[in-house]
Ligand binder design. Sequence first.
Ligand SMILES: [Zn+2]
Length: 245
Amino acid sequence: MSTTEQEIRLGKLTRREFRERMASGELAGCLIPVAAIEQHLEHLAMEHDWRSVGLVARAVAKRLAPRVLVAEGLMCGISEHHMRHPGTLTLSPGTFLGVLGDMIDSMARAGFRNIVVVNGHGGNIEPVRGTWDQFLRRFEGVNLHFLSYWETLSQADADELLQGGKRMPDDLPGHAQEFETSVALAKFAGNVRGGAVSDQLDRSPALATAEQGNEWFERVTERLANFIGEVIDGQRQSETPLFHP
Ligand SMILES: [Zn+2]
């Protein structure tokens, strides 16, 4: 039986449907994708991080259906370092963390006790890490996790699949280079401007293939589904840091 969008996306449910599924105990976990809309070199559409993390989150929710719901997410991220390229959207760190905290709070108040923030943009990582122990205290009682989807990949994966540079995180995930371009070619090729791939300073995107992108996507979604499966089964627990005595 195929999974419908309605089964895996919060925004597709009515309040009654949500209420009934939560009351039945069917919903064990919630994913909150976060990303960025920012320049991705000359050849890749600016939505890349948001498009890819959303696709990953929904693919993971499908694998774990009907136990996991994707809470739509936060498309815009911390991208001050890309602002010299006009068109990039950025949130200041305080705004991003404020909105993320409120989204986690909303899902905790809806009844979720397992919440995973799935990240698709490098610029969000350090601000979130610096604040994460505050969130763990604020949401005590929630099994709360943050991870970037490419953290499921290892140096061995980079060595095996990348044709060009194999350094982590410079080449995996990198920025709009072989890895991201290959995922776009595999999953939403309309976002790749073929003519511009080689018509720019950085030529590494030209190494990307759709075949490679499909393999990345399979590995990421399978491993992330395992991680989130462990979270909702209680085998993976976040720890609340100590409070001041
Ligand atoms: Zn990106």
